[in-house]
Write a protein that binds this ligand. Structure first.
Ligand code: PEP
Length: 250
């Protein structure tokens, strides 16, 4: 049985004050979350605040990006060692915004994923197709290419300590959600591709859906056989909505 994971991706949003009230709201509602593991991925500068607020709770936390380098002259970058200083459990790698706005390649995403794992962090590896790629019938080819880059570089066994997030780019922040059937089809494809190399790992790895997941559609999405939770952007910024999604993940 794969425990569902609901992970919030706050992106570049929040302030000390808004994060304090968001975390208080989530903590207060956690009793109503029966089955899902809950995590939040915060901007780097708030990790100290998040780590203090979530101490002694069941809520995991992490970052939204990490450097593939150890340390040194990499202005503006943040290392795995730094994330470990704040006891992060998770780090998102290869989010489509990093791929499209900051030019992160499949190879770099694989390297970041390996670096995170080498230093004890669990990467949430994002893959997903653009609208034009879907319309051209290339969804499977794109997610296979992105997934294979990780498997070829790091080995299929690396997925034992990773989470995959399937995020169709056309559904992120647009209010357009993949239908449960569309999402399930791609999730099944991803799991099948991993199973070609290792059936046990394919069975175990959690594959999250991301793209305008909200209280109104979460239950139906997470009910699909191969959808093991969600990576939540916009709806993770409101405690009530985020908790409703967490409750829906059974
Ligand atoms: C995301 O940023 O990973 C995401 C899924 O965003 P949203 O839920 O806002 O579409």
């Amino acid at each position: 049985m794969r425990q569902p994971l609901i992970a919030g991706n706050w992106k570049m949003n929040g302030s000390k004050a808004s994060i304090e009230s968001l975390l208080e709201g989530i903590k207060q509602g956690m009793d109503s979350v029966q089955q899902a593991e809950v995590a939040v991925c915060a901007p780097f500068v708030y990790l100290q605040q998040v780590s203090e607020s979530l101490k002694d709770t069941k809520i995991a936390y992490g970052a939204q990006n990490v450097s593939e380098q150890d340390n040194g002259a990499y202005t503006g970058e943040v290392s795995t060692t730094m994330l470990n200083d704040f006891a992060c459990q998770y780090v998102i790698v290869g989010h489509s915004e990093r791929r499209t706005l900051y030019g992160e390649t499949d190879e770099l995403v694989a390297t970041k994923s390996a670096k995170a794992q080498a230093d004890g962090l669990t990467p949430i590896i994002c893959i997903g197709e653009l609208l034009e790629e879907r319309e051209a019938g290339n969804t499977e080819a794109v997610v296979a290419r992105q997934l294979d880059a990780v498997i070829n570089a790091n080995g299929v066994a690396s997925l034992e300590n990773a989470v995959i997030a399937y995020e169709p780019v056309w559904a992120i922040g647009t209010g357009k959600t993949a239908t449960p059937e569309q999402a399930q089809a791609v999730h099944a494809f991803i799991r099948g591709r991993i199973a070609e190399q290792d059936a046990a790992i394919a069975d175990k790895v959690r594959i999250l859906y991301g793209g305008s997941m909200k209280p109104a559609n979460a239950e139906e999405l997470v009910a699909q056989q191969d959808i093991d939770g969600g990576l939540i952007g916009g709806a993770s910024l409101k405690a009530e909505d985020f908790l409703a999604i967490c409750q829906a993940a059974k």
